[in-house]
Design a protein around this ligand. Structure first.
Ligand code: EPZ
Length: 431
C-alpha cells in the first residue's frame, strides 16, 4: 500500500488549480441513467471514486467514454466523459461496488424512475457513522414505490411508474435530496421536496437536470418543486469546482504559512471557511477565478470555535482540516460535529503528532500546542487523511501517512499540487 512522506516546516508559495468536484460529479454521472440520450460532462476530477462509479454505471448498461482534455493554453482542464444509457441492461447495484462507495446507492431513485425497478445493496456504515438510507426509502415510498430489504439489498418496484408527492425530510440529507430529485424528474405529476439540502452540488445537479429538459423550481432553496416529464434528453455540462479541495488547500497555505493562489474555483463556494480562516488571522483575497490565501509564517493562528452544519454553514467535510489548523493555534478552539456521529477518527492520529485534543461527545476541545512533531500515522477516511497531510506540513521532521488509498478517492494529484508550491512531500510506492 502506498504512503505519503512529508518533511514539514516549509512555507508554501505558488498556484494550485482546483479540480472538478467529486461530490458533484458523482450524482451528475448517475443522472445519465435518466435518459437514452448522451450526457457529456467536462471538468471531471481524476479520482478513484469516479472510476468506481463508472464501473457501476457500465454494469447497468451505460456506455462510457472517457477523454483527457487540455484547454487552449495547454493546461489540463479535467477529463470529459460521455455517458449513454440507451438501454438499462441490469437494475442491480452489487454490494462489492456500493460498499466501497456509498454514492453508488444513488442509482436507486433514477433506476426506479426509468425502468420501474431496482435492486441496490445497502451501503452499510462507514468510518464516519452509521449513515442510514431511511430518508431515501421513505421518499420513494411516498412516490408510490414498494420497497423491501432482503439479504442486504433494497429491492424496489414501481411497475406503474413513480407519482409526484409532497415530501418533507425530517433532517437535511444531501444524498436523499439528490436521489429523490432525480427520481421526481421522471415521475408523473408534481413532487415537492421540503427541508431539502442546499449544498452547491445539489444546485449543480439541478442545472444539469434542467439542461436535460427537467422542470425544477426553487434551486438553491430548501424547497424544490419538480414537475415530472415523460422523458429527459442528453446534455453537455461542466462539473463545478471542488469546494472541499479549495478549502483544504486554503488551510494548507494557512498552516504552513506562505501564499497560495487557488484557481479554477469560486470564493463564494467556501464563504463559511473563509470567514473562519479570517478570524484565525489568515488573509484571503478574492480573484476573478478563485482566491489568494496568505499568512506570514511568523504571525500566529488564533483559536476559533466551529460548528459543522448543512450548507451554507461550515461543512463537515472541512472539519478534520480545520482541526489540524487549530492544533497549531495560540489559543483554544471548540469544534462541534453535528452531521456525523463518529467523525473524530483523526483525533488520535493528530495526537500522535503532538496535538492537544480532548473529545467530549460531539465536541472536541483543541488547545494549541508548542509545535507538532512528525510521526507515522494512519489514514482512516478521506478528510481525516488530508488533515494528517496538513498537520504534516506544519510538523517538524518526517510524517508518514499510511493507507493513502483513502486520499486517492477524493484528491487529485495531491502530492504534486503541494510539491509544486514548495512542500517537501512525496508518495512512497507500497509493495
Ligand atoms: C454527502 O454524503 C457527501 N458525499 C459527504 O461527503 C458529506 O460529508 C455529506 O453529504 C454531508 O455534507 C457525497 O456527496 C458523495 P447526508 P451523504 O445524506 O449524502 C443522515 C466526503 O468526505 N442520514 O447529507 O451520504 C446521515 O447519517 C463525503 O466527501 C439519515 O439519517 O450525506 C448523516 O448523519 C463523506 N438518513 C446526515 O444525515 C438518510 O436516509 C447527513 O448525511 C440519509 C442520511
Amino acid at each position: 500500500m502506498d504512503s505519503i512522506r512529508i518533511r514539514g516546516g516549509k512555507p508554501l508559495y505558488g498556484t494550485i488549480e482546483i479540480s472538478g468536484a467529486k461530490n458533484a460529479a458523482l450524482p451528475l454521472m448517475v443522472a445519465s441513467l435518466l435518459t437514452e440520450g448522451t450526457v457529456n460532462l467536462g471538468n471531471l476530477p481524476h479520482v478513484a471514486d469516479i472510476s468506481t462509479l463508472i464501473n457501476l454505471l457500465c454494469q447497468h448498461g451505460v456506455k462510457a467514454h472517457l477523454n483527457g482534455e487540455s484547454n487552449e493554453n495547454g493546461s489540463s482542464n479535467g477529463r470529459t466523459i460521455s455517458l449513454t444509457a440507451e438501454e438499462i441492461t441490469s437494475t442491480e447495484a452489487p454490494y462489492e461496488i456500493v460498499r466501497k462507495m456509498r454514492a453508488g446507492a444513488l442509482v436507486l431513485g433514477p433506476l426506479l424512475a426509468r425502468v420501474g425497478k431496482a435492486k441496490v445493496s445497502l451501503p452499510g456504515g462507514c468510518a464516519i457513522g452509521t449513515r442510514p438510507m431511511n430518508l431515501h426509502l421513505e421518499g420513494l415510498e411516498a412516490m408510490g414505490a414498494t420497497i423491501k430489504i432482503d439479504a442486504g439489498y433494497m429491492i424496489a418496484e414501481a411497475p406503474n411508474g413513480l407519482k409526484g408527492a409532497e415530501i418533507r425530510f425530517d433532517s437535511v440529507s444531501v444524498g436523499a435530496t439528490e436521489d429523490l430529485l432525480m427520481a421526481a424528474c421522471l415521475a408523473e405529476g408534481v413532487t415537492i421536496l421540503d427541508n431539502a439540502a442546499r449544498e452547491p452540488e445539489i444546485t449543480d445537479l439541478v442545472h444539469l437536470l434542467q439542461a436535460m429538459g427537467a422542470d425544477i423550481d426553487g434551486e438553491g432553496t430548501e424547497r424544490l418543486v419538480i414537475t415530472g416529464k415523460p422523458r429527459l434528453h442528453g446534455a453537455n455540462y461542466s462539473v463545478m469546482p471542488d469546494r472541499i479541495e479549495t478549502g483544504t488547500y486554503a488551510i494548507a497555505a494557512a498552516i504552513a504559512g506562505g501564499r497560495i493562489e487557488l484557481t479554477n474555483t469560486r470564493a463564494d463556494l467556501v464563504s463559511s471557511v473563509v470567514e473562519v480562516l479570517e478570524h484565525a488571522g489568515v488573509s484571503i483575497e478574492t480573484t476573478d477565478n478563485g482566491l489568494i490565501v496568505s499568512r506570514d509564517p511568523a504571525s500566529p493562528i488564533k483559536g476559533v470555535d466551529i460548528l459543522t452544519q448543512p450548507y451554507p454553514g461550515y461543512p463537515t467535510d472541512m472539519q478534520a482540516q480545520i482541526m489540524a489548523l487549530m492544533t497549531v493555534s495560540t489559543g483554544a478552539s471548540m469544534i462541534t460535529e453535528t452531521i456525523f456521529e463518529n467523525r473524530f477518527m483523526h483525533v488520535p492520529e493528530l495526537t500522535r503528532l503532538g496535538a492537544n485534543i480532548n473529545v467530549h461527545g460531539r465536541s472536541a476541545m483543541v488547545r494549541g500546542s508548542d509545535g507538532l512533531v512528525g510521526a507515522p500515522v494512519m489514514a482512516t477516511d478521506l478528510r481525516a487523511s488530508v488533515s494528517l497531510v496538513l498537520a504534516g506540513l506544519a510538523a517538524s521532521g518526517e510524517t508518514v501517512i499510511n493507507r493513502v488509498y483513502h486520499l486517492d478517492r477524493g484528491y487529485e494529484r495531491l502530492e504534486e499540487k503541494l510539491a509544486a508550491c514548495g512542500a517537501d512531500i512525496c508518495r512512497v510506492q507500497g509493495s
